[in-house]
Design a binder for this molecule. Sequence first.
Ligand code: HEC
Length: 89
Amino acid sequence: MIKTTIAILAVTFSAATSHAAMFSNGATLLEAKCAVCHPSSKVKVLKRSPEQWDAIVTSMMKRGAKLNPEEKKVLVDYLAKTYKPYAGK
Ligand code: HEC
């Protein structure tokens, strides 16, 4: 009985972690959630601040991009770090 419980917990835990891993990566989220309507190149040519990326992703979610709050945060962080305006000079 204890063994069965442990086995069930192990399966539940690994399923939960692999799901999290699936969308833990901003680049993956961009392809999976954003490139369904337009190519991701539309996004990658831009350079925006974190606030602007947040606004863009929020407006795309209103259009139909499906992201939960955690995924939204991961994606906005990724976009803000990867596609940011050049600092100064
Ligand atoms: C339900 C469809 C849909 C999804 C999903 C979607 N978009 Fe869009 N997106 C559009 C439409 C429609 C436009 C405006 C028409 C166009 O420019 O092609 C657009 C335009 C854009 C633009 C161009 C805006 C500009 O100023 O040129 C950006 C950037 C963008 N989307 C980013 C994203 C990001 C990031 C995601 C993922 C979070 C996303 N989109 C998901 C439909 C979508």
